[in-house]
Design a protein around this ligand. Structure first.
Ligand SMILES: *Cc1c(COP(=O)(O)O)cnc(C)c1O
Length: 424
């Protein structure tokens, strides 16, 4: 569910007209809805709270990589949401947005020593260790500081899942996590160090998962491992269940509801007496954002092929080029008339800069506004200035107010970031 709805024949973001935003800020621009972010968070929070006996003092930690805009993070932080981070930059963003360090999880396959040191100084809730080599480095860094951080071992359950091979993370050949037998040995090794406090296990098997079975298998493995470790006299008090829940990109219902997801996890963890953590990214943010764009022109070929050329491109929204992702395209003020099949493309000089092929859309003309829905996660965060197109701005709407929460740099500012080599 989202709050981008038509009013008098034109699409609005909550109480703000998208046409008015385009006129004020220009296009392309991302537009986020506070009401939708809030709703998605509350639905998951309530689903988790319904099973508090199984989840203990549960933490929902938004995966910052999905949308790291400070105002988006602050909106979620005020609702009580924590942060799952994968870099020092993301920890800094979460802190700047008001997420308490005690609600920040630090994940990631390649944390540098400097980043580990930063996380220790920040006092994050937990560091998820993803390899034996990282464990050794963390022991050295913690020893140097006389620290003893809470850690979890990220398990690679050999269960990959997700909407595309590039966003599957739990498979045997994927770079993430430690295979379960090695993970248990690593846990024991961590427990033997005076500089680490192993508190639990973590997993995250992929993204855009629309079937509960692989998640359930992974959670069952975490449960078994917890029982085995406890059998060895080790303490396990937290299980980090990762993120990955899919969202409907083409309208229609969720194939997995947060309620069913939480009920499944509660069934698996029943009686285990752990604190659960959830790391949703896409689930909270995807449908809380649209990319607003204007039609530059319609190019018609003699063979009948029709290209809608937008002022948004793959540098603004990479998912179609990177993952063949589907985003629904809607006219902001649809014109009457039969739908026409067209290719929706951007102006970047690559064929990969194609958002959709043979998509049936109501008639469009140069100057019309369109939105890509479901663009609030893995959208603006992946934007670049490829083709020297200034970084796409971001707008946050809340009821009938809005704010430009990331400005579009001027061409002058874009060029000023670079310095000419002194010999030129
Ligand atoms: C990306 C990521 C997530 C969030 O994934 P979604 O599919 O957006 O929910 C959660 N945890 C970790 C460790 C991640 O890398």
């Amino acid at each position: 569910m989202d709050h981008f709805e038509p009013r008098d024949g034109a699409l609005w973001a909550e109480g703000v007209s998208l046409s008015a935003l385009a006129a004020e800020v220009g296009t392309p621009a991302y537009v986020y809805s506070t009401a939708t972010l809030t709703r998605h968070y509350s639905v998951l929070r309530d689903a988790v709270a319904a099973h508090s006996a199984a989840f203990g003092d549960a933490l929902i930690a938004f995966a910052v990589k999905a949308n790291s805009n400070l105002s988006v993070l602050a909106t979620l932080a005020r609702l009580g949401c924590g942060a799952d981070t994968v870099s020092e930059g993301e920890i800094r963003r979460a802190r700047a947005a008001g997420v308490p360090a005690g609600k920040i999880i630090f994940s990631g396959v390649g944390k540098t020593d400097a980043e580990l040191a930063f996380a220790l100084d920040a006092g994050v809730r937990q560091i998820n260790v993803e390899s034996p080599a990282e464990l050794d480095r963390l022991i050295a860094v913690a020893a140097g500081k006389g620290a003893c951080p809470d850690i979890a071992i990220r398990v690679n359950p050999k269960i990959g899942a997700g909407g595309h091979a590039k966003i599957t993370t739990g498979g045997e050949g994927d770079k993430f996590g430690v295979p379960s037998d090695e993970a248990m040995a690593l846990y024991a090794r961590a427990a033997a160090s005076p500089h680490l406090n192993p508190v639990g296990l973590a997993c995250h098997i992929g993204s855009q998962i629309t079937d509960l079975a692989p998640l359930e298998a992974a959670f069952r493995l975490l449960r078994q491992m917890t029982e085995t470790l406890r059998g060895q006299g080790l303490s396990v008090t937290r299980l980090d269940l990762g993120g990955g829940l899919g969202v409907p990109y083409a309208g229609g219902a969720h194939s997995v509801s947060p309620a069913d997801y939480a009920a499944m996890a509660a069934r698996v963890l029943d009686g285990l007496d752990v604190e659960a953590a959830f790391e949703p990214g896409r689930l909270l943010a995807a449908n809380a954002g649209v990319l607003l764009s204007r039609v530059i022109q319609i190019t018609e070929r003699a063979d009948g092929r029709r290209f809608v050329v937008l002022d948004a491109a793959m540098n603004d929204l990479l998912r179609p080029a990177l993952y063949d992702a589907f985003h629904e395209v809607k006219a902001v003020t649809p014109r009457p008339g039969a739908k026409i099949a067209c290719d929706i493309v951007g102006p970047v000089c690559e064929t990969g800069d194609t958002f959709a092929r043979d998509r049936a859309l109501p008639p469009l003309q140069a100057g019309d506004l369109v939105v890509f829905t479901g663009a609030g996660a893995y959208g603006a965060v992946m934007a670049s200035e490829y083709n020297s197109r200034p970084l796409v701005p971001e707008i946050l709407v809340d009821g009938d107010r809005w704010a430009l929460v990331r400005t579009r740099p001027t061409y002058e500012a874009m060029l000023a970031r670079e310095t000419m080599a002194r010999w030129l």
